[in-house]
Design a protein around this ligand. Structure first.
Ligand SMILES: Cc1ncc(COP(=O)(O)O)c(C=O)c1O
Length: 404
């Protein structure tokens, strides 16, 4: 018998830019979920922020109609009819919602998800001596995009004692001088923190003063409660000189898998982002764009219904945790609960605690360090299961907390 010759795969080593990325903790949690399920455990998965609600029926219908059209199957073109209509729908929606005027041709850029747009923003702007100021904790693409683009990542710690707002005035002037981009996102994933227009104005003024691009990720603009209104960056004066803002259909319209989002604002920043994308992608499937127009122009009940649903779930979950002695504040926005580890588990890392929780209760959450080092000491629960499942989750957690 001939002996199989071992093939040497060393030449397939991934690039250094991938090696520099932090471990993807969600993959570890996913693996744990699989293991627990394989062992027959009933897992309640609150780890990922993927909405469980169905998209609005009129939007689903528009997608079906869009697929049947003859003009939706080719490559998307910037000056196509559906593309122009989508940009106009975005500008109109923006005006209705935030009273901000946008030129649909130069100040609106549709995206294949805001994750895509955020990654390409770093790629399009950062040289290897440019600093990007990125909060920690934060949605991972904010820092992973910087690392992959080869720019310099500088963390802005978001601490509970500062209401999870960054302290830019304390930054070293050398760092500020070398900074080209700052990313902010309120309502905030994972901490669920919000900001007011005063803070937004301060950030815009600061970025204008220091010539720093401000990218505001506004994915949770619609999930705000108890009368709180989340400001758009463009509600701050002078924002269009330095800022762009990212919006997503994933959360507001429960269309996470459709991959549709947009960035709006400063025409020059968007031009560079569009240029970067034009070398890489061919735009969004036109049937999806067609459905996106319906989402923005059609009835908006779904958005309110989704926000109310998440709000009810959050109340149920937070009240449940508090009743079991896990003191956790009720957030004003998003669909996340950002919970400090219970005192008796404070010797564990957030990853160890997340692992402990899934093994002991079958409840999967996201470890705080998945969002950056300043997420240590916390876990995040996403309210993406129905109320019965959330009640079960809280009961199981309560039992573990009570046991000793
Ligand atoms: C803050 C934030 N930005 C962006 C995204 C991704 O949005 P999209 O589906 O548009 O890529 C998420 C998803 O969880 C998010 O939490």
């Amino acid at each position: 018998m001939t002996k199989a010759v071992q093939f040497n795969h060393e030449f397939m080593q991934e690039a250094n830019r991938l090696k520099r990325l932090p471990p993807y903790l969600f993959a570890v949690i996913d693996q744990l979920i699989k293991q627990e399920k394989a062992a027959g455990k009933d897992v309640i998965d609150l780890s990922m922020g993927s909405p469980d609600l169905p998209p609005p029926p009129n939007v689903v219908q528009a997608l079906a109609d869009g697929v049947k059209r003859a003009d939706t199957h080719g490559y998307s073109r910037y000056d196509g009819e559906i593309e122009r209509n989508l940009r106009k729908a975005i500008a109109d929606w923006y005006h209705r919602k935030f009273a901000v005027e946008l030129d649909p041709n130069t100040e609106v850029l549709p995206l294949i998800g805001s994750k895509e747009g955020l990654a390409h923003l770093s790629l399009g702007f950062l040289n290897n001596d440019d600093i990007a100021l990125v909060p920690s904790p934060t949605y991972p693409i904010h820092f992973n995009g910087v690392i992959m683009s080869g720019g310099i990542l500088y963390q802005l710690p978001l601490l509970a004692e500062n209401n999870f707002l960054p302290q830019v005035n304390k930054l070293d002037p050398h760092v500020v001088r070398q900074s080209k981009l700052m990313i902010l996102s309120y309502p905030h994933n994972p901490t669920a923190a919000t900001c007011d227009i005063g803070f937004m104005q301060e950030m815009v003024d600061w970025c204008r003063r220091h010539h720093i691009i401000l990218a505001h990720d506004f994915a949770y603009s619609d999930f705000v409660f108890d009368g709180h209104k989340a400001p758009s960056v463009f509600n701050a004066k002078g924002a269009k000189d330095v800022a762009i803002e990212f919006h997503s259909f994933s959360k507001s319209y429960s269309m996470a898998g459709w991959r549709l989002a947009f960035a709006v604002g400063n025409a020059s920043i968007l031009k560079t982002l569009g240029k970067t994308k034009s070398y890489i992608d061919f735009g969004i499937f036109r049937a999806v764009q067609y459905a996106g127009i319906e989402a923005l122009n059609g009835p908006q009940e779904h958005v309110k219904l989704a926000a109310d649903t998440y709000h009810r779930r959050m109340k149920l979950f937070v009240e449940g945790l508090n009743a079991h002695g896990w003191q956790t504040p009720m957030p004003k926005a998003t669909f996340y609960i950002w919970a400090h580890l219970p005192l008796k588990y404070s010797a564990l890392t957030s990853m160890e605690f997340a692992q402990f929780l899934i093994e002991e209760t079958g409840v999967a959450c996201a470890p705080g360090t998945g969002f950056g080092e300043y997420g240590e000491g916390y876990v995040r629960f996403a309210m993406v299961q129905n109320e019965d499942r959330l009640k079960q989750a809280v009961e199981r957690i309560g039992k573990v907390l009570a046991a000793d």
